[in-house]
Design a protein around this ligand. Sequence first.
Ligand code: 5GP
Length: 208
Amino acid sequence: MKLDERGLLIVISGPSGVGKGTVRNALFQREGHQLVYSVSMTTREPREGEVNGREYYFVAKEEFEQRIREKKFLEYAEFVGNYYGTPLDKVEAKLEEGNEVVLEIDVQGAIQVRKKRKDAVFIFIAPPTMKDLLHRLQKRGTESEDVIQMRYEKACREIEMAYMYDYIVVNDTVENAADKIMAIIRAEHAKTIRTMAGYKKLLEEGKK
Ligand code: 5GP
């Protein structure tokens, strides 16, 4: 029997280059879950193969700023010259339907959600070593040495924020990291605080 009905808000975050997207893809390939990905809105240009409404909602800067004024984001951040944000209405609707809503966002965004949503679950994806992270950033081969160095220094500062999260999952292998996240989600559902409403029903039944 299921004691909790509302879906979980799961925030997956961590430094640039750590493999958040790959871990998220591995998670969604698992069977038998109710995970729903929250598609973010961004002002950056679509990359080849990206589809509007699937990877992101791609919008102009003016439209994004209008939505900021209208308080339509659960959180938003500026990352390397572009805006990225989580549309609030969609997240709420999906949670109400009982889905597990997954946000994959940067550390600045996660800090904003932490302040607003005490019931969300915060998972920090960490690299096995800092050397490993540097190698991953270099391997992408799309940025200059200067940019890689800047991203690496940013990542070092972001790692200092890991203490604010509920869980730290080391991305040693993608499958390992996805396994750990699935285990976290199951355990979170069983938390007493989340099962209170169902538990009260059990108590009432027991009194009859
Ligand atoms: P990319 O341009 O590589 O797709 O994403 C750049 C960074 O923005 C990544 O670290 C990604 O996790 C983060 N990001 C994507 N969507 C959001 C969002 O809605 N909010 C925030 N704060 N960060 C996001």
